[in-house]
Design a protein around this ligand. Structure first.
Ligand code: BDP
Length: 717
């Protein structure tokens, strides 16, 4: 008897050890591994049953997820009930659940997606209620409760309340129909278009669960560099099958629309937005989509940008194009997300200025259901950019912000770079559009200018990799995007802590060093790739590795030399009055802050100023010495994170620890490569020695120039 018991325990331990060591990361932050015994007992006492009284698919999802979470965290699955019993969690809306209604909870002002979580007493029994005005809010409340449980936080007197500050919280998948993901570093597209609609994948549900858990409520399924095929009848049926899976998790699908589709699919001779036949074609197409997907979200459009067709081909404005599409989806409640990422090689103006020049005059000319989607910075998702000057400059137009979650310019999936600080830095930036306090967050949550249509988009980093995102730590960027879209004022370190606790362990001995390393990680990338306001120094096409010397590409603004402008005298892009005057696109208090190389925040110095190599920095050191030291500091930071991670081994299963350790080793090599190549190149121009004690580059400059990577991932074909 006793030896049987011991063998049983041994087998259980073995199983636990094997499953722990075989964690590939598929479960993301929804792992639900057992809590310490006392926390587990508390959860069991409060979550013996999940009670619902209404048939709403989102509430059904909430219930299923809570059952799964409690079972994993506390070891016993709650029962599913329609009547109260002691120690239950009650989920529902006052409109349809009498038990919720009688509680009279303060739900006014929470909209459809907000929620209230409270400890209450029903018929003498302590109960946790998750209540909302709609099933969507119940779903988000359930996930908030789960987050609480995962942290091991006390639940006997819980009182949480939240509502999203931003309406459209969407992922943009740059996924092609052949499953290649443009700028994707995590395998193929999860959308298996070929097998759809007949076969869907269990991954689609897990994808939707993960998004719902962080409040993401929409997905644009196909690349902004769109093929018209996505709008054909067979592909609409495929998108509809995906929509059916995502819907119970509160998510809508959207499609990127190719502006010339009326020509390619409709046999028309033109896609001129003011041609009635074109408008009619789009209306018919929208009607067809809504028959298949009644809650279709709408279209995302990249027009007249990097070779894509658009209204400018017909001498029409972006507003003409957007409004025509908006009219097609308006009867169905759809929206058009129209991108402001435009620049043209025929335009000699500084690339950083072109979007503003083109869109600012259109302020107030867009239809009510158009929202203009603006990248966080004026160039292109660089490791650091100042905020885009359109924020704060188009008060009559709803603007949504677009971040890149996939790390095209921050070391692909291999480099550990937590983007929470990057996102938060832009959101907190003050545009002074309406005086002090006009932050980007207030522009995009609509509060600054009173807009109801609001949004935040993130270019997804999701693929078929077992861990979804290319690495475990890249999952944190998906997570942080969702949490910041819900609350643009949330703190990135708190988000990192929630993520790391759910993904690994809430043990503070693990959390503190991990969060600290995450919080420093993006700055490290800035340091070893593009310090002090430099930008766009990557190699051509695939954008893997350094290429600051590249000067021979067809379009001037594709060449790194266009951006850094380094020569024997100095370095940096003069965007002041003596240069391109991009500065004038910012409100005067911002412009004056950036105008003086002596007072500008040094992280933007070379973005706005061309300065001599011997320019004195605030601390008295020369620019050249500071530049080299920044490169060095970035590399040192990666080495430090590698060492920290090595020490954290006891807290992490072998597989996830090992894969992360491997990635950090690769990152360190690549950080060194960026540092050495950049220093070798800039030293060839500055002709100055390295500061004393700093090692010279490992190879001569020509060696770095000769590196070729024809099969680097993510490059558009
Ligand atoms: C650039 C990417 C390119 C995208 C483009 C965009 O390199 O692949 O198509 O952004 O946002 O950064 O449209």
């Amino acid at each position: 008897m006793r030896s049987g018991w011991i063998i049983g325990v041994l087998i259980a331990c073995l199983l636990a050890a094997t499953s722990a060591s075989a964690e590939g990361g598929y479960d993301l932050w929804l792992r639900y591994r057992p809590l310490p015994p006392t926390s587990a007992a508390t959860v069991r006492a409060h979550a013996g049953a999940i009670v619902t009284q209404e048939a709403d698919p989102r509430i059904a999802s909430a219930k299923a997820e809570l059952i799964r979470a409690v079972e994993g965290l506390a070891g016993t699955a709650p029962t599913s009930d329609a009547v109260m019993r002691p120690g239950a969690i009650l989920l529902g809306t006052p409109a349809r659940s009498p038990l919720v209604r009688q509680l009279g909870l303060p739900l006014a002002g929470l909209g459809n997606e907000g929620y209230v979580i409270r400890s209450v007493v029903i018929a003498g029994s302590p109960t946790i209620v998750v209540a909302a005005n709609d099933g969507a809010g119940v779903l988000y409340g359930a996930f908030a409760l789960i987050r609480h449980l995962q942290r091991g936080d006390p639940i006997d007197r819980i009182a949480l309340q939240s509502r999203p500050e931003v309406g459209l919280r969407v992922l943009n998948h740059w996924d092609n129909l052949d499953r290649q993901v443009e700028r994707g570093y995590a395998g193929q597209s999860i959308w298996d278009w070929w097998r759809l609609p007949g076969q869907t994948d269990a991954r689609y549900t897990d994808y939707a669960r993960a998004n719902a858990s962080i409040g993401i409520n929409g997905a644009v399924l196909n690349n902004v560099n769109a093929k018209a095929d996505s709008l054909t009848t067979p592909y609409i049926a495929k998108a509809a099958a995906v929509a059916d899976v995502l819907r119970p998790w509160g998510m809508k699908v959207y499609l990127s629309a190719r502006f010339s589709a009326p020509i390619e699919l409709g046999g028309l001779k033109t896609a001129d937005p003011l041609d009635p036949a074109v408008a009619r074609w789009w209306r018919g197409k929208a009607d067809e989509i809504y028959r298949a997907i009644p809650d279709f979200g709408g279209f995302l459009v990249k027009a007249n940008s990097e070779g894509q067709p658009g209204p400018r081909d017909y001498r029409r404005s972006h507003a003409d194009g957007a409004n025509m599409l908006a009219a097609a989806v308006a009867p169905h409640g759809g929206v058009v997300m129209w991108r402001a990422f435009v620049y043209a090689d025929t335009d000699p103006e500084d690339r950083a200025k072109q979007a503003y020049t083109e869109f600012k005059p259109l302020d107030g000319r867009f239809a009510d259901n158009v929202i203009v989607q603006v990248k966080n910075g004026p160039i292109d998702f660089q490791p650091r950019e100042p905020f885009h000057p359109l924020f704060g400059a188009m008060p009559k137009t709803p603007l949504m912000i677009e971040f890149q979650i996939t790390k095209e310019y921050l070391g692909f999936a291999t480099h550990l770079a937590y983007l929470g600080p990057l996102f938060a830095e832009t959101l907190a930036a003050d545009t002074y559009g309406k005086g002090r306090g006009s932050t980007v967050a207030r522009v995009i949550d609509g509060s600054l200018d009173g807009h109801r249509l609001t949004g935040m988009a993130g270019v997804a980093n999701i693929g078929t990799d077992r861990n979804w995102a290319g690495s475990i730590f890249d999952q944190a960027n998906w997570y942080a995007f969702g949490r910041l879209a819900w609350d643009p004022r949330a703190k990135p370190d708190a988000i990192a802590a929630d993520w790391a606790a759910a993904t690994f362990t809430p043990d503070p001995r693990f959390l503190a060093p991990t969060v600290a390393a995450m919080m420093r990680s993006r700055e490290a990338v800035v340091d070893y790739m593009t310090p002090l306001g430099l930008a766009h120094l990557m190699a051509t096409g695939h954008h893997y590795g350094p290429g600051p010397w590249v000067a021979d590409l067809a379009r001037p603004e594709w060449n790194p030399v266009y951006y850094h402008r380094a020569d024997a005298n100095g370095i940096g892009f003069d965007r002041t009055r003596t240069g391109s005057n991009a500065l004038a696109q910012y409100a005067p208090p911002v412009a004056s802050r950036f105008a003086d190389p002596k007072t500008i925040d040094e992280q933007y110095l070379l973005w706005f100023h061309h300065v001599p190599w011997d320019h004195r920095m605030a601390d008295g050191a020369t620019l050249w010495d500071t530049l080299v030291r920044r490169y060095d500091r970035g590399v040192a930071q990666v080495a430090d994170t590698r060492d920290t991670w090595a020490r954290l081994k006891p807290f992490v299963d072998a597989e996830r620890h090992g894969r992360t350790a491997d990635a950090l080793r690769v990152q360190l090599e690549e950080a060194q490569w960026w540092r050495d190549a950049s220093i070798a190149y800039f030293a060839s121009l500055s002709r100055r020695p390295l500061p004393a004690g700093l090692p010279p580059p490992a190879h001569p400059l020509d060696w770095y120039k000769a590196q070729r990577f024809p099969w680097a991932p993510g490059n558009p074909q």
